[in-house]
Write a protein that binds this ligand. Structure first.
Ligand code: PGA
Length: 238
């Protein structure tokens, strides 16, 4: 595991964007695993900037997102599909983008389909992750056992509370989601975990305690052979 501590959130995004630049140079047809939430927004802005400057080309690459609320239509402004279109997909030239469908009538069949698509693509080359305050990755919530494949999950109170900031008082917040399982996250060839802000200092401290806490899903990543954790100073407790 490699830990990189950055002076600021902006630096963190630049460092992460450099990893993408290297990845796409080395393998233009990379399969990218992508995340939603506040943390990757600055990275996505930097990737768009580099794309517009002609420094990055995604035309041979494809992506799989980690998760999506359930049930939700992809056109709903709270869906992760909508978020990704707004924040990244509409502004770069990825050849194919995939997100679990929150509108699927049979969520189990949708999860099986999604797993199959990831397998057909040859697995994920570079997986981007954020971390929840409770240590979740994707929507793999703290538990005593973890799903290998994609699955429907009931969100914990911690995740619902953390995401409530995005919802208006008159908006119904979903309490379930479809998420990639630990298996496909873990089988990615490289993983980047971004952690930003003082509110994540406690979970960051726990992550670097040198113990695998099995009730902190992100701790499982510490066993991955090619994991880079990029934190800003605030998340690092400085
Ligand atoms: P955040 O979410 O980037 O909005 O903090 C991260 C996560 O829940 O995985």
């Amino acid at each position: 595991m490699k830990k990189i501590v950055c002076e600021s959130y902006k630096d963190m995004c630049r460092v992460a964007a450099d990893i993408y630049t290297g990845q796409l140079k080395e393998k233009p047809n990379s399969v990218l695993g992508l995340a939603t939430g506040s943390t990757p927004i600055g990275l996505y802005k930097e990737l768009i900037r580099r794309y517009e400057a002609g420094e990055l080309d995604f035309s041979n690459a494809q992506s799989f997102n980690l998760d999506e609320y359930y049930p939700i239509d992809s056109t709903h402004h709270q869906s992760y599909a909508y978020f990704m279109n707004e924040q990244l997909f509409d502004k770069i030239n990825l050849s194919k983008t995939q997100i679990p469908s929150g509108a699927a009538t049979d969520p189990m069949a949708e999860c099986a389909r999604y797993d199959e698509e990831i397998c057909k693509a040859g697995g994920i080359d570079l997986m981007l992750l954020g971390i929840g305050h409770n240590g979740h990755i994707g929507f793999n919530e703290p538990a005593t056992s973890y799903h290998v494949g994609a699955h429907l999950v009931s969100l914990t109170e911690s995740s619902i509370n953390a995401n409530s900031r995005f919802f208006g008082a008159d908006e119904k917040q979903p309490t379930e989601a479809l998420t990639m399982g630990i298996g496909h996250i873990f089988s990615a060839k490289k993983i980047i975990l971004l952690i930003s802000g003082a509110a994540k200092a406690e979970i960051t401290r726990k992550l670097f305690e040198g113990m695998i806490h099995t009730d902190v899903p992100a701790c499982l990543l510490l066993l991955h052979p090619n994991l880079t954790i990029i934190v800003d100073k605030e998340a690092n407790g400085e």
